[in-house]
Write a protein that binds this ligand. Structure first.
Ligand code: C5P
Length: 238
């Protein structure tokens, strides 16, 4: 059994520790919600466990469908064991419909559909406030190479197909989401980070209600019961 050792880093909603296996890390999901790139922060009881359970379930399903991921196991209620990966400093956003920053930036009508879906990249840098970055800029700055970027795009489209169908099956529209990728010691690219309503925009197909972090961002009410509902539907339809 893998055991937790020293804390490596504490992020906005997760804490990463080393383990007795140098190839594996221990990730704890915290009861923390942030908005405005961390400037607004609140403790939300139960959120860590819900995000862990949703993430673990979705990683396992994507893995079974052939997506390479860092996920290994979920040893307890709020922890995940993952393969150690060198993270690409990119946030990969995919949009199926206009919402969030796309809607406000381009003044298009809410929920305008996009076929094909839109891919966007953001350079992860606290000092620069995670700026938008395009493919040429990524290559020019040496953030990654063209082949890796093509694989990122392909995997993101495949994840979108799988998750769009999965959420549609439980009455939810997958509006947009953010993914992160990393490379393992053997050089292979894997889907990493987290798969939860913190990183997805999810809308109930019947009511149009938000089932994601927009509830927190827009001060629309308690986040915990909303995330619990997403988990309930996912588990009920496994
Ligand atoms: O804010 P924006 O409209 O660009 O967000 C697009 C998608 O990416 C949303 O699903 C949001 O939850 C996710 N996202 C994220 N982390 C960020 C920025 C966006 O998970 N730092």
């Amino acid at each position: 059994m893998t055991t937790k050792k020293a804390v490596l880093l504490t992020g906005k909603a997760k804490r990463v520790s080393t383990t007795d296996d140098p190839e594996l890390l221990w990730v704890e999901y915290l009861d923390q919600a942030t908005a405005l790139n961390g400037k607004r922060k609140e403790a939300i009881a139960g959120k860590g466990k819900l995000n862990l359970q949703i993430s673990a379930l979705l990683f396992a399903e994507l893995k079974a469908a052939g997506i390479p991921t860092h996920f290994v196991s979920a040893p307890d209620d709020d922890s995940m064991i993952v393969k150690r990966a060198q993270m690409l400093p990119l946030e990969v956003v995919l949009r199926n419909y206009a919402s969030g920053h796309f809607e406000t930036k381009f003044h298009v009508e809410h929920m305008r559909p996009f076929t094909p879906a839109i891919h966007e990249y953001y350079f992860k840098s606290d000092a620069l406030d995670d700026p938008f970055i395009n493919n040429d800029q990524i290559l020019a700055l040496g953030i990654t190479d063209a082949d890796t970027l093509a694989t990122v795009r392909h995997l993101t489209d495949r994840v979108n197909e799988l998750l769009t169908a999965r959420f549609a099956g439980i009455g939810i529209t997958l509006v947009d989401f953010k993914l992160e990728f990393g490379t393992l010691a053997d050089g292979s690219l894997v889907l990493a980070d987290e798969l939860s309503p913190d990183n997805f925009r999810l809308v109930d197909k019947d009511t149009g209600a938000s089932l994601d972090k927009d509830v927190f961002r827009k001060h629309e009410g308690d986040l915990q019961p909303v995330y619990a509902e997403v988990l309930r539907r996912l588990q009920a339809s496994k």
